[in-house]
Design a protein around this ligand. Structure first.
Ligand SMILES: Cc1cc2nc3c(=O)[nH]c(=O)nc-3n(C[C@H](O)[C@H](O)[C@H](O)COP(=O)(O)OP(=O)(O)OC[C@H]3O[C@@H](n4cnc5c(N)ncnc54)[C@H](O)[C@@H]3O)c2cc1C
Length: 357
């Protein structure tokens, strides 16, 4: 990693969730130095997420274009980070998508004609894979899972070992313009990059962006029975984490300020198992997580410069596709900061594309 010289760095990153961590690695790969401020990961979306990397994440099956390139880039980024951090992070994992009803089945049949989707979606499942509900469905063949808690922990260690981690909150109001760029608590940085997830939507300057925030709850389960090693989804998803543990989620709602897990979400999620698995599963709940998913109403990320001075950038709005979109956004922003290459106008909610829409 490029060592920060005394307290002068190229970028000060606020937030070390998925977005801030990916950006720190991408900037380092470009030879730029970073400091990252984050007091911990309380309430972070990345710690609540399954880490599933599904080509078509939502029930609407909207695919980012060009899907193949995004997928290739995400896979090679996660595999590169595994080597860099010497930590297992990336696991290809088939996902069986069970249809909720005949309408959804019909919609998928039509969408499968889309060339980008045809390459990631298998033919309909003939019979049901062992252990799964007998509902009709199909298999997403380029799915994977990224171990986000492991990625965040390993990145935190990597930053700390280089003196680049500040284990405290950085409020953008406490950041002052300086001759170099910006200054915060003795650190001078060329630019400030806000990677705060849903918290960013509370800032007066960012409140009016087209956010779509959803509070999600998820369970970690252990099961005595043999459960499938394939991920399965039908609204809620059941995702194998290792040989013994499974992630089951999520319930989504609008009570954004409530950080506490609730019994209603737990009951709803456990009841959903019967829709996903054959038989009557009786797992043990070993943990329940809450996080607010920072999405945008257009399903496009926010990856742009914030208008005005000092030089502040935003990397946010990754929605339900953090593991897929995050690598592309981090690489693009790091190239912009290192070489001045353009950022896509559609990632800028203050830009012309948005104003004229
Ligand atoms: C229940 C649930 C399930 C999900 N499942 C998936 C999935 O399977 N696959 C997928 O790709 N995506 C999934 N997502 C979405 C994914 O989690 C997000 O896209 C991604 O994690 C967002 O990362 P982020 O870094 O932008 O935000 P966060 O992970 O929320 O990180 C923000 C960080 O900023 C820090 N921070 C905030 N304010 C400050 C401050 N003032 N100073 C310093 N630090 C600060 C916080 O401590 C936090 O660590 C899921 C989300 C939820 C809620």
């Amino acid at each position: 990693m490029t060592k920060p010289s005394a307290n002068r760095v190229d970028a000060l990153i606020v937030g070390q969730g998925l977005a801030g961590s990916l950006l720190a690695h991408a900037l380092d790969s470009e030879g730029l130095s970073v400091a990252v401020a984050d007091p911990g990961h309380g309430g972070s979306a990345s710690m609540a997420a399954a880490g599933a990397m599904n080509p078509c994440a939502s029930a609407r099956y909207t695919a980012p274009a060009p899907l193949d390139l995004w997928l290739d880039h995400a896979v090679s980024t996660w595999q590169g980070l595994e080597r860099r951090l010497d930590t297992p992070l990336f696991q290809p994992q088939l996902l069986c998508r069970l249809f909720r009803d005949a309408r959804e089945a019909g919609r998928v049949k039509r969408q499968r004609r889309h060339p980008a989707l045809a390459r990631v979606v298998s033919a309909p499942v003939a019979g049901s894979p062992p252990g799964l509900s007998t509902a009709p469905g199909h298999v997403l063949i380029r799915s994977a899972r990224v171990d986000l808690p492991a990625f965040l922990a390993a990145t935190r260690q990597w930053l700390a070992a280089r003196g680049a981690l500040r284990e405290r909150s950085c409020h953008p109001d406490d950041v002052a313009p300086s001759a170099y760029g910006i200054s915060w608590r003795g650190i001078d940085a060329r630019v400030l990059v806000l990677c705060q997830g849903a918290v960013a939507a509370r800032h007066p300057g960012l409140r009016r962006l087209p956010w779509r925030l959803s509070r999600g709850e998820a369970l970690y389960l252990e099961a005595d029975d043999e459960w499938p090693d394939m991920a399965v989804s039908r609204g809620p998803s059941l995702i194998p984490v290792d040989g013994e543990r499974y992630w089951l989620g999520a319930t989504y709602g609008r009570e954004l300020q409530n950080p506490l897990p609730g019994t209603r979400a737990r009951t709803t999620l456990l009841a959903s198992l019967e829709q996903l698995l054959a038989g009557t599963p009786a797992p043990r709940v070993i943990a329940q997580h809450v996080g607010v998913r920072p999405g945008s109403r257009t399903e496009l990320p926010f990856c742009c410069r914030v208008p005005g001075k000092p030089p502040v950038y935003l990397l946010n709005g990754l929605g339900s596709r953090g593991t897929l979109l995050g690598p592309r956004c981090a690489t693009t922003l790091s190239r912009h900061l290192a070489h001045g290459t353009a950022l896509p106008p559609e990632w800028n909610p203050w830009g012309e594309t948005w104003r004229s829409a």
